[in-house]
Design a protein around this ligand. Structure first.
Ligand code: CMP
Length: 140
């Protein structure tokens, strides 16, 4: 398969515990390359827009307030089959269901504080990347 890009967020629970490097190492060990990276504190508007798809879900409010509770690291990851590979190394959304060795199994605290976000499709990856990076900020 050709090179593909996906979008990743290292969430506030992970930055708070100084796990940015540990999480990134897992991504790199899985064969993904960090081709853009920025540490930011999401605004309420940015978090609401990013998670708009979940607007009607009961957890939306808590999700937005958690994602704005501390710094996050937004990243573009590149590699073969990057969307699926990233989802595999992240593990299941709920850490209780995540396979041993995955990021969420090792680091996540709960389904909300689950350390990482990753795009669920190539189409959404493009939309998510475009929300945070311009093409000239992505250097492969
Ligand atoms: P993420 O991949 O960032 O996408 C949406 C987030 O909502 C998800 O990770 C979880 O952290 C959070 N969340 C909280 N409750 C649920 C739930 N019941 N189902 C899915 N996601 C949830």
């Amino acid at each position: 398969m050709a090179q593909e890009r996906t979008f990743s967020i290292i969430k506030p629970d992970a930055t708070r515990r100084n796990l940015t490097g540990a999480v990134t190492k897992k991504l790199e060990d899985a064969g993904l390359r960090v081709v853009a990276s920025r540490r930011v504190k999401l605004t309420q508007a940015q978090a609401e827009k990013f998670y708009e798809v979940h607007k009607e879900r009961p957890f939306y409010g808590d999700l937005v307030s958690f994602m704005t509770s501390g710094p996050v690291v937004v990243q573009v990851l590149e590699g073969e089959n990057a969307v699926a590979k990233n989802r595999e190394v992240m593990g299941a959304t709920n850490p209780a269901d995540a396979e041993a060795g995955t990021i969420r199994a090792e680091f996540a605290e709960s389904i909300d504080a689950n350390s990482v976000h990753g795009s669920d499709s190539a189409e959404n990856a493009k939309l998510e990347i475009d929300q945070f990076f311009t093409e000239d900020e992505i250097v492969g």
